[in-house]
Each structure stands twice: as structure tokens, then as C-alpha cells.
Design a protein around this ligand. Structure first.
Ligand code: FAD
Length: 468
């Protein structure tokens, strides 16, 4: 309940805005092919310590799209069980009913136009995207050619370099043989059983080594608990915001695992084919109840609202750019529906009256520039720590959400969006702004925001269950 620290907005305002206006629209959109496939490298070595080894629990595994036989079967199953999505959200978006693997639209597999690739469109293609693939080597070859550095002309190379400089994340190299498309709907974020020293090492390293520390009278983090309490007395807004964003992301992950918990598994954890998944109120209370967490739980939940506001603002700020994209999959009718749905969502987002005010951050000349650089470096480091997560499912969603948050930070703080973009934004205007986002960044931004939006909706469900 109540005000969200460092913002002018309250929990109650966001609850009603999100649950009534944002979540239904976003949930429907994220079922669309454009947003469903994300290319990721889950095989990268941890750059900071020897891998603890991969988690062997079956719920940690990820099914990439390249396994065609398996993909055919699971796609079919999923689409039958998820047709409710279009009805329950009340959206008029067409949910693609992909019955077999072969029915995935051609554009998704890489065929752009019957006439091949129009070179003059290549910059636009980078953002409107031709991609996601669950198909043949040829399709992957096509993508690699389209997006490889060699194929970029002078301007594009310069823009790509610029974009990388502005980035808050180390992005996976999409042309690496180890990068694979993952269908996010087939690999949902939920309880995996990834607990103990490996998971703690990640969180500990994020908070202790990569969040900012107070400079004076800093008490070493001998006690991993109550980290937030020491930090807040001495930190400036930017450093508090950094901590709150990470803590909010952590809360969101933990809300999801409590909301999609393995409730029964009669054959034993590792053997079970299908468990029963649902809300685990005790797990939620263990993590967030004020009495069970020494008062920290509610503060952590408020951080979830804080990071929600950050991403909400980034989407509002980038709206003119995002509205200019094609969200190309090759199916004209569906692509047009998706563009309309994106426009509708962005209009609602822009109508929010109490947006986060990023212009209050990093003000004050050289000092501020230095701080922003440090902020970016810390966040980049966190994006690399995601390659140390020992559970593939957690790594997938961790990478996606960190990339999404990094994209939001890039929109808010790279400076490229500080001038209002022309409403009639066209390709050349996009070129002039030197701003561009890759499809991977766009998909991760919408999906990361979708995770936060669902977490906030789940909080309402938990509230009602606890009060019942
Ligand atoms: P943890 O959540 O591991 O927290 C460790 C310590 O951090 C706590 O003791 C507390 O002092 C502090 N802390 C906890 N929450 C916050 C907060 N919000 N803000 C600040 N400090 C906090 N598990 C799954 O089942 N499914 C997943 O999809 C999943 N994804 C993950 C993704 C990543 C990137 C990581 C690192 C872990 C993921 N996990 C996932 C594991 C999960 O987050 C927990 O680590 C695990 O459930 C063990 O929980 P815990 O109670 O020991 O405390």
C-alpha cells in the first residue's frame, strides 16, 4: 500500500492502471508470433567463475526451436490449451493457431518478400524484423546474412557501433552458432527448483559487487539480509534507483515462482511428466510477509512497482519510434493487427498521468556523466552475470528480463530520445536520430514489461487469497 519511494505515484494507482488497462492488452500482444520468439545463447561460459555445473532438474530445461520433431508436438499441444487467451482478454487480436510446425508463417522463418531482400529496407528490417526461426539452416543463413556486420553499409555500421556504445547490456551475438530461437510461450517462467548456493551466489554477486555501495561508514555486507537498509541512508537518487530496479526484478522473479509453483508431483520431482502448477501462498508469504522478512518484504514489493514505472516510462518515451516499426512476420493481416494493438497499448501507456521523471537523474555536468558511465558499466556486468545462472530456464528469463530492463535504460538515458521525435517519423528520421533497437531488444523490452505487469496482477490474486 501507499506511495512508491522516489516516484510521485502510489501502489493503488498502478494496481488499477495495470490490472485493468495494461495487463489484458499486453498479455494478448505477447501471444503474437512477433513477440513469442527470442534468440538467445544459453551456452555461454560464465565469465566470472568456474561454472557450478548445470542444474539437472527437468523443470530447469529449455526447449529451443531447432528441435523440430519435439517442437511440432509441443507447439500443437500448447496452442490447443491456450486458445482461451484471446477470449479471456477481450482483445480482438487474432491469436495465430499454429497447429503444426510447418504452419508457422513464412515471414517468421525468414522469407521476406517474393522478390527477396530490398537492400534499401535493411535498416528498417533490423528493427521491424524478419526473424524468428524454428526452421531450416537456410532460414538461419538468411538471417545471418541480413544482419551480419559484413552486410551493413557505412551508415549502418556506424549506427550499430553507436548503438552498442549506448547499450546497457552485453547482447548475445545472434550470428553465433550457439544462439537459438526459443518460443517463450512453450518455456514459461515458473518454479524450477533452482535454489541454494548457486542461486544465492548470483544474487549475492549482483547486490554485493554490482550494486552501488555507500562511500562512508559502509558496513561490509557480512549479513546478506537487509541490504537495502544500509544502502538507502547514504545513496544518491541514481544509485538508489539502480538498487530498486534490481531488487524489483528479483521480486518479480520470486512472485512468478510463487504464483506458478509446483504444487504436486506424485512421481517425485525429477521424474514427473506433468506436475500441478499454481499459487503457493505460503511460499509467497515466506518471501514477502512483513513479519517473516523483518519488514523487508513490502519494501521489495514496492521496488517491483518502481521498476514497473521505469519500463512504463521507457515505452512511453520510445512510443513514436515503436509506432513506426512494422512488426513484420510476413502475414499482412496479422502484422497489421499487431501494429494496431501496439499503437493502442502505447496510447494507453502515454496516457498514464504520473510517469517516472528520468530527467531528474544524471543532472550536474561532468560528475553526472561519470556517474552515468558507472551506472551503465554496473548494469552491463549484471547482464554478463546472467551467463552464470545454473538453471537454463532461469537463465533464459533472467537474460530476457535484464536485456529488457537494459533496453529501457538505454531509451531513458542514452540521450537519443531526449528530443521529441516527430510524429510522422519515417525511416530517414530514424536514421537521423541514430537511434535504433534490434528486434531482440524490442522483444525483450515488451516481454520484460509483460513479466512485471503479470507480477503486479498476481499480487492482487495473492492479496485476495490471503484476505479470504
Ligand atoms: P533468494 O530469492 O535467492 O534471495 C537471496 C537473498 O536476497 C535473500 O535471502 C534476501 O536477503 C535477499 N532478497 C530476496 N529478495 C530480494 C529482493 N526482492 N530485493 C532485495 N533483496 C532480496 N527460481 C525459480 O524457481 N524460477 C525461476 O524462473 C528463477 N529465475 C531466476 C533467475 C535468476 C537470474 C536468479 C539469480 C535466480 C532465479 N531463480 C528462479 C531462483 C530464485 O530467485 C531464488 O534464488 C530461489 O528460489 C531461492 O530463494 P531464497 O528464498 O533462498 O532467496
Amino acid at each position: 500500500k501507499g506511495a512508491i519511494d522516489d516516484c510521485s505515484c502510489s501502489v493503488e494507482t498502478i494496481d488499477s492502471f495495470n490490472n485493468l488497462k495494461i495487463f489484458p492488452r499486453l498479455n494478448s500482444l505477447l501471444h503474437q508470433n512477433f513477440f513469442r520468439y527470442w534468440k538467445v545463447n544459453l551456452k555461454k561460459k560464465c565469465p566470472f567463475w568456474e561454472d557450478d555445473g548445470k542444474c539437472a532438474i527437468r523443470y530447469c530445461s529449455v526447449q529451443p526451436c531447432t528441435d523440430q520433431e519435439e517442437s511440432k508436438i509441443t507447439t500443437k499441444k500448447r496452442d490447443k490449451s491456450q486458445n482461451w487467451a484471446s477470449k479471456s482478454t477481450g482483445s480482438n487480436l487474432n491469436i495465430v493457431e499454429v497447429e503444426t510446425y510447418e504452419e508457422i508463417p513464412e515471414g517468421i522463418k525468414g522469407a521476406v518478400t517474393p522478390n527477396g531482400i530490398d537492400k534499401s529496407q535493411s535498416l528498417d528490417m533490423k528493427s521491424h524484423m524478419t526473424v524468428s526461426d524454428c526452421d531450416t539452416e537456410n532460414a538461419l543463413g538468411y538471417l545471418n546474412t541480413t544482419l551480419s556486420k559484413e552486410s551493413l553499409d557505412g551508415f549502418e555500421r556506424w549506427a550499430a557501433h553507436d548503438s552498442a556504445q549506448d547499450s546497457f547490456c552485453y547482447l548475445d551475438d545472434e550470428s553465433s552458432v550457439d544462439s537459438e530461437y526459443v518460443d517463450l510461450l512453450l518455456n514459461p517462467e515458473r518454479y524450477t527448483g533452482y535454489v541454494g548456493p548457486s542461486a544465492h551466489r548470483i544474487w549475492k554477486s549482483i547486490y554485493q559487487e554490482n550494486c552501488f555501495k555507500p562511500t562512508q561508514s559502509f558496513r561490509p555486507y557480512a549479513d546478506f539480509r537487509n541490504i537495502g537498509v544500509y544502502l538507502f541512508s547514504e545513496l544518491c537518487l541514481e544509485k538508489r534507483a539502480f538498487y530498486r530496479a534490481i531488487s524489483g526484478l528479483h521480486s518479480s522473479i520470486n512472485v512468478h515462482l510463487a504464483a506458478h509453483y509446483l504444487l504436486s508431483d506424485k512421481n517425485g520431482f525429477a521424474e514427473s511428466k506433468d506436475g500441478v502448477w499454481g499459487h503457493n501462498v505460503e511460499e509467497f508469504q515466506r518471501r514477502f510477509d512483513p513479519e517473516l522478512t523483518g519488514g523487508e518484504g513490502p519494501l521489495r514489493l514496492k521496488n517491483l512497482y518502481f521498476v514497473y514505472l521505469l519500463e512504463l516510462r521507457a515505452l512511453a518515451k520510445a512510443a513514436p519510434y515503436l509506432e513506426s516499426l512494422e512488426f513484420y512476420t510476413g502475414n499482412e493481416e496479422i502484422d497489421s493487427d499487431v501494429r494496431k494493438a501496439v499503437e493502442d497499448l502505447l496510447a494507453v501507456i502515454q496516457s498514464f498521468p504520473e510517469h517516472f521523471r528520468e530527467e531528474t537523474m544524471f543532472t550536474g555536468g561532468l560528475q553526472a556523466t561519470k556517474l552515468k558511465e558507472e551506472f551503465r558499466e554496473h548494469f552491463r556486468n549484471i547482464s554478463r552475470i546472467m551467463d552464470c545462472v545454473g538453471c537454463d530456464k532461469c537463465r533464459l528469463w533472467g537474460k530476457l528480463q535484464v536485456t529488457g530492463l537494459g533496453t529501457a535504460l538505454k531509451i531513458l538515458f542514452s540521450g537519443n530520445f531526449d528530443q521529441p521525435l516527430d510524429q510522422q517519423l519515417n525511416l530517414s528520421a530514424v536514421k537521423q536520430t541514430k537511434f535504433q533497437l534490434s528486434r531482440g531488444e524490442i522483444v525483450s523490452l515488451f516481454n520484460a514489461f509483460g513479466r512485471l505487469s503479470r507480477s503486479i496482477m498476481e499480487l492482487d490474486n495473492f492479496r485476495q487469497e490471503i484476505l479470504r
